[in-house]
Design a protein around this ligand. Sequence first.
Ligand code: ZN
Length: 765
Amino acid sequence: MKRRMIDRVVIALLFVTLCIVFAERANRPPVVVPATAPLTEFSAERAIKHVIAIAQRPHPIGSAEHDRVRDYLVARLSNFGLDPQIQNATGVGTRYPDAGRVQNILARMPGSQSGRPAALLVAHYDSVEAGPGAADDGAGIAAILEAVRAMRAGRPLLHDVIVLFSDGEESNLIGAAAFVREHPWAKDAAIVLNFEARGTSGRSLMFETGPGNLDTASVLRTAPGVTAGSMFTAIYRTMPNDTDLSELALLRTPAFNFAFGDGADRYHTSNDDVAHLNAGSLQHHGQQALALTRAFANGPLPRPRTGDAVFFELPAIGLVVYSEKWALPLAFVAATLALIVVIYSRKEGIRYGRDVAMGAAATIGAAVLSIAAAYLIGLVLAFLHTKLPWGGAPAWSSVYWAAIAMLSLAISTACYMALRRRGSVNGLHAGALVTWTLLSLASAGIAPGLSYLFTWPALIVAVAALFPDGRGLVTTKGIAMCVAALVTAALLIPIAYLIGAVFLGVTAAGGIITAAIIALIAWLLVPLLEILCHRARWSTPFSCTATALVLVGIGIVTVRASDVHPVPSMLIYGIDGDSSEAWLASRASLASADAWTRTTLRPFTQGPEWIAHMFLHPVAIVARRVPSLPLPQPAIDILSDSTTSDGRQLSLRVQAPATATALGMRVTHAPVISAVIDGCAIDTTRYRLRTREWALRYWAPSDAGALLSFTVPAGSTPTLEIVARSPGIPTLPGVIIAPRPANVVPVESGDVTIVCRRFFIPPRK
Ligand SMILES: [Zn+2]
């Protein structure tokens, strides 16, 4: 009796410890290397000086601060003995309807075998308008600068290394687009390493690769402490997210994309500053940049063409890499072992077949119920925190992540309790293994990058299941199961944590994935569930539920808006230049979460449609009528208007007020057949989203304005809507805007003034 109790406590502790250890480890960046380290090493203490210099203030494209940062970077590269150049061009996005005047900074570090091909290191030096961009992407820039310095301190590498500090990434990747489209060095790039951030701390995860990553993934093994998995690459490909690599993908070279993502509630806000940047994350970026650039520039370039790889990281072993071709054979090995387990444990009794079927179905059932519970709890927590006076961002809370994991364990053990009376332990376990091997086979067939998540745990647990049965934990089978649990947790818990609490958010898809993973793990380890639940009646699911509730309680009290976890806000002062009406506006989603915005905009109604067009895709805008100021307005000048068999071709100059950093252009009342901006044809074939009407955002317009040509059907009379956007909001007579509280911070475009004009283009005489 007593021993059974001890076993139960050991299993419970094992589960909790493995979750905590692997979750914590998944997100802990490496130790910062001090500035006293040898000059050939990467030191974040040295690199952070660059972040301090770059991230003093927001430096979006087109701003004076942007030019200061540009000059700083050019001076640093010159100091390393390089000959930096600035690529002045009109960048035209191929993923989004954006274009603009960009200034990419480039430098080429010659190798001993100088000439092409080369390794290309990329980070963007512009920030969003709302924040100083210490992490995004000051850390990426600083990592490359310090890595280049370290390389210059050592022996020359074999191949050239090209540094691209891109402009206009936050303007939807237009700097990278200009590099790909026009720069002569673009075709020299034989491997691309891009460094980004989606938060302010955490490990620098390698989350995206170029095509045919078997070769490059094996080089990845040479970098110290890599965090990577083919699963992240497979999932990222399905997500609507972009970095410069989305444009650089047109080069069709092998590539790696690195980003850290913890502290996502500071991403693109004024709190993405030096004070909140984790120097360990910078260290992780940089040591990988340095090691991989050395490995690639000293190795064969271009790299050999290969297929894709399955790769994942294991503690003590490092990165495991094998060809995707092995995914199916390995899944078959796992399936064969599972079949042996099924046959081997047949002596269980006459209803054995039914037990196996029950186990297989219950594994899926527990996962589905856990997913449903996580979905509901996610909705409740998200809603609750918008109503709580202290707010908070529950999506990124590790306490809520643990609560969802506990709830999923409660559901899994409850399912087990419900079936345990009707089926045998070994029968149910064999059934769970059948489900796992089916998942393994399906993933190996459909998305091989995911297959390791199912194949290796199924394989190892099947081997453990073949040990003879014993009583309790201290038996060969009990110990083998614990070892299998350790390997399973090492593979899956970091993924559950990173997807759940760091990258997708526990109140959204991340919570659902976490719940599914925990339920599947619990059922895979049925022999341990048996020890945990046996003769304990319902006390196990009950105590798991109680723990989950306690964790939710802790979350409700501790997850709150603070200057470390700020509430994002954004104000738009919009003037309709045609009607002289003006509004103070914000996104409805931000106003619903933030008392300061609600108070500032009260009494508000639905905002005018043209303000929503600032966001390209339809978003709800709330707005309050305010006095209109006589601010400078955008203007157009029609240069030519001709009709051919292709349609009516219009050429015009769009002029922005001197303060404007961006122009929104939209053509209504006529479909646009084709368009050209500053002489560059706009290719819409790769666009992520399509708007009903033709639209383009144009960034950093020069004094001469932008040259727009477009073709509409012959005889049509289009209207061109132009919105000029300038940073900041002027003092408005009779309108008091209280200063933001410390926990409310500007996000994305921050506070801007936009002035809209519509130009009716009359029929051609
Ligand atoms: Zn970025």
